[in-house]
Design a protein around this ligand. Sequence first.
Ligand code: HBI
Ligand code: FE
Length: 296
Amino acid sequence: MNAQPQRIEHQLTDKGYVPVYTTAVIEQPWSNYTPIDHDVWAQLFERQQKILVGRASQAFLDAQRAMRMSAHEIPKFDELNRTLRAATGWELVGVQGLLPELDFFDHLANRRFPVTWWIRKPDQMDYLSEPDLFHDLFGHVPLLMNPVFADYMQAYGRGGVKAHGIGPEALANLTRLYWYTAEFGLIRDPDGLRIYGSGILSSKGESIHCLESDAPNRIGFDLERIMRTRYRIDTYQKTYFVIDSFEQLFEATQPDFRPIYARLALQDSIPAGDVLDTDLVYHRGSGEGWLADGDV
Ligand code: HBI
Ligand code: FE
């Protein structure tokens, strides 16, 4: 296993101009991790664990406990796979990094989650432009233990394979759905808005910003609204969408999307920071929580 991931080319993707890697599935080179790699994992894990108390969704916390990951060392994919396969039939596969969309969708459609094998360097603790092992393993993998979210992710992958066959606009619309749910989604938990999106869960600053800052909008989940909404990849999100449950998310993927793509093709996209008068907007409640219009 060479020390650095091979880069085949840089491509302009929805994550910006980033290296898109070889699509090969590779064995996790666990014995190649250095003490520094394990220490970066430990520091990120412990820091996020502290921040996520009272901020991460209960489903995420329950799933993380069931996965039995620890700060002690970088988890072994094959050990996690035994637990994950038994729970929802999902498994992790090691990859070099960002995959071309169709490869990514095909993995999800077959209940395989691609996890980048390498972890960021100590000087990249707070931000790096592409998903590394911490983003994927700490952020994305635990919720695949949740049967309904696991079904959603497979349905998303199947939808992605179809969208890829329809064309680039359909793909762009569907990528926004992934961005505002699996990456940056919020959910209504019994005791308030909580985080389930991996891009937030794996980020110290955004875990705090998304629930405590007055800057971003928090808008109730609406599939077509989300699929029209643009986003930035290099700043905190200007808008977070809030689901009531993972069932709501899964149900939204059940209809045929072709008529939706046809409707969206006739409408303009929406700037990331805009609020429409048809939006269900969450306002800061009396306590530190957020309430939707009509909440008591
Ligand atoms: N590849 N490995 C990897 N991980 C991702 O999260 C990922 C990807 N390729 C494309 C992609 N995400 C997004 O464009 C999805 O919205 C499709
Ligand atoms: Fe991600």
